[in-house]
Design a protein around this ligand. Structure first.
Ligand code: 3HC
Length: 683
């Protein structure tokens, strides 16, 4: 008979072993009622003579995957998790954690508070708090080093990467790994065996043999920082993790716990954690389309046609071959087709060389790709994605032919990055089957897919596009039709402003450094060089990019651009480009003596992005501010710890942005102005 200890925790007794089960779908997060239930369970175990030992586990798909992140925003109530775990560890009867699924964050900390740990073979364990801008705050920074050593503990906590059960066993993180279907029986057996155990129970907080070695290793922490510098760049949580583990090594457990709590508190209220928590939920929300019913029938996509074997078409084809879906690739000329397929093969072989694919995988995937010069061959595919040159005339030719060729029920998609999907749909007799699937280059690598919903796209077609995106490992963001959709439209003002700023007198390396300090991998000018100066057109009759291209400087791919590049791709401002900057200044009558500070550069480049984001929302192009943030993070490498443009704007202050835009001579979007006036926020 099982007894409810709270809404989410039950206890049953079998042969003297109390089985405590957490049941809080979807991931058994350690919310208030779970903590109340676990606390009550500890009391019962201590006070009930019929109980000799206990097993803690969960129902559903996983051992707790952490604290309840949603609760962080609404305020947490007692009992606190560290205290609950302490109470369990202090019990005088053996407690076994039976781990399966993903024991993460507070979930793993709960397991660390148990006296024994047994894990299912398929289980994973980790402390991913760093990805939320936090540190393990329920004893993880104190117990994990005592169990597996400070260096490994730091590695797990600073990267947030989980380990698989067999590795966990090797590290000493769990006592035993068992077949998945025997987990509960093995845990009960372990608990029963432990009843007879003489002497004190093995409590991780009291274990000092492993940590003694770390104490003797004076260079441990400096070495970790030196070897893992990139983990610390821009973000503040790893530093606090380091401080906490130092406390674990140098202080008694109780004092270490105090240090952990203090450091956790600093991070909990930080802007970075607020931003990263926003990103966590925003990433998971993009698939939710409020006006499309959950039971909307999906179209079964078993085969795909891709038109165009260029960089984009090839990358798109790979996305499907990677998940076992056959693809027909259509080209106009045999050489282009051959070249395209050759590039794909090279790509796969490169991955195989890095050990991430076997030679057999390469052949299987190549075997799924068929090249053809005849569009008629697409008559039997379920989905066609067009990735040809960006010209409405060419799109018309392609789509009116597809309309005649494709079978009824086939989805017709365009990978256009700025042309009007609704107009493209008019070239067919079935606009309801048309949508945009906008990939980012390289299409097989970049994690974002903009699913562009035409005015007439059917719900089934849109729902299928969204689902398919997830299947090929992308995060979909739904967009309505407009020039540039979400990510490119959002970032265009950023690029334009960078050009104006350079002309006005801020050196390119100052602009780029300011944005690198903000957290981007590269600044906008270097980014232009990377994308190719012939790809983006800027307003005005004489542009710097236009002049550079006229000199055959197309960026990194050809002769350098704003920068000259050495063989290691390190750029230095090019004298040729500086001459062009001067030339354009003279032509436009710009003095070029207005150099901005790094803070002014950030404001000057990002305020226009926020303004554009507000317009995207206002016009209903994006469903929500979080989708815009996800598009910027996944499409343009916007630093996640800044939350994306809309979350950053909320944190930075909307009134400040409105005033800044006005000072730049721009009229802020209505939505932005209204939110600023009423003290609201985008996110
Ligand atoms: N709190 C609240 N909700 C959570 C959650 C958590 N810790 N973890 C997942 N969820 C929710 C998701 O938002 C999602 O909700 P939705 O269905 O309404 O969109 C649902 O659970 C399913 O999540 P996923 O879509 O991510 O499902 P997957 O199967 O792909 O992944 C997972 C499961 C690996 C558990 C993944 O959700 C995950 O990594 N979760 C976060 C784990 C984490 O960060 N834990 C640490 C929390 S902080 C902490 O513990 C502090 C402590 O040290 C004091």
């Amino acid at each position: 008979m099982s007894e409810a200890l709270s809404d989410t925790v039950t206890l049953s007794i079998e042969n003297g072993v109390a089985v405590v089960l957490i049941d809080n779908p979807p991931v058994n997060a350690l919310g208030l009622s779970v903590r109340q239930g676990l606390s009550a369970a500890a009391d019962r175990i201590a006070g009930d003579d019929a109980i000799k030992a206990a097993v803690i586990s969960a129902k559903g798909r996983t051992f707790p995957a952490g604290a309840d992140i949603a609760e962080f925003a609404i305020g947490m109530r007692e009992p606190w998790l560290p205290g609950v775990i302490q109470k369990i560890e202090s019990l005088e009867k053996p407690v076994v954690a039976a781990i399966f699924g993903t024991a993460l964050g507070g979930g793993l900390e709960l397991a660390l508070g148990c006296h024994y740990r047994v894990a299912a073979m398929s289980a994973k364990m980790g402390l991913p708090e760093v990805q939320l801008g936090l540190l393990p705050g329920a004893g993880g920074t104190q117990r994990l080093p005592r169990l597996i050593g400070a260096e490994r503990a730091l590695q797990m906590m600073a990267t947030g990467k989980p380990v698989k059960a067999p590795v966990a066993k090797q590290m000493g993180l769990v006592d035993k790994v068992v077949a998945d279907d025997t987990l509960m029986a093995e845990a009960a057996a372990m608990a029963t065996a432990a009843i007879a155990h003489e002497g004190p129970l093995p409590r991780v907080s009291e274990k000092d043999d492993v940590i003694a070695k770390d104490k003797a290793d004076a260079g441990l922490f400096d070495r970790f920082v030196a070897e893992n510098g990139r983990l610390f760049r821009g973000v503040i949580a790893p530093e606090q993790i380091l401080h906490s583990v130092k406390a674990a090594v140098s202080l008694p457990f109780a004092e270490g716990m105090k240090a952990e709590a203090e450091n956790f508190g600093k991070l909990f209220t930080s802007d970075q954690s607020r931003a990263l928590r926003h990103v966590f939920f925003a990433m998971r929300e993009t698939t939710k389309v409020p006006d499309i019913a959950k039971d909307t029938p999906l179209i079964d996509v078993k085969s795909v046609g891709v038109i165009g074997a260029g960089t984009m078409g090839g990358g798109i084809a790979m996305c499907f071959a990677n998940i076992g879906i056959p693809v027909k690739i259509v080209e106009v000329k045999a050489e282009a087709l051959e070249r395209g397929l050759g590039v794909i093969r090279k790509n796969y072989e490169g991955t195989a060389k890095k050990g991430r694919l076997t030679a057999e995988d390469v052949e299987t995937r190549m075997g799924l790709l068929t090249g053809t010069l005849d569009m008629e061959d697409l008559s039997d595919v379920d989905l066609v994605i067009e990735a040809v040159f960006e010209s409405m005339e060419i799109k018309e030719k392609v789509f009116s032919r597809l309309d005649k060729i494709c079978k009824p029920g086939a989805i017709m998609a365009s990978n256009t990055s700025f042309l009007d999907i609704d107009h493209i749909a008019t070239f067919t007799s079935r606009p309801e089957m048309v949508l945009g699937l906008h990939y980012f280059s390289p299409a097989n690598v970049m994690p974002l897919l903009e699913v562009v919903r035409g005015a007439k796209s059917s719900d089934s077609v849109v729902a299928t596009g969204m689902k398919l995106a997830t299947k090929i490992g992308k995060t979909p963001v739904l967009a309505r039709v407009c020039d540039g959709f979400i990510a490119n439209r959002l970032m265009y003002p950023y690029m334009v402003s960078s050009q104006e700023m350079l002309l006005a007198g801020t050196p390119m390396q100052v602009i780029d450094a300011a944005m690198r300090d903000y957290g981007f991998a590269m600044g906008p000018i270097a980014l232009l060089d990377l994308i190719g100066l012939d790809v983006i057109t800027f307003p005005g009759e004489m542009t710097m990019t236009g002049e550079l291209v006229a000199q055959e400087r197309r960026g990194q791919k050809l002769n350098g651009g704003f920068y000259d590049y050495d063989e290691k791709r390190k750029g230095t401002p090019s004298p040729a480009a500086l001459d062009i900057v001067d030339k354009v200044r003279k032509h436009r009558g710009i003095a070029g003596d207005h150099e901005l500070s790094p803070e002014q550069v950030v404001a000057g480049l990002l305020y226009p992005v926020v303004h554009e984001g507000a317009k995207i929302l206002e016009e209903g192009i994006a469903l929500r501010a979080g989708d815009i943030d996800v598009a910027a993070i996944l499409g343009y490498n916007w630093p996640a710890y800044q939350g994306g443009p809309m979350c950053w704007a909320d944190i930075h202050g909307l009134s400040k942005i409105v005033a800044g835009l006005e000072a730049m001579g721009l009229k802020p979007a209505e939505l932005l102005k209204n939110l600023a006036a009423e003290g609201g926020s985008f996110t």
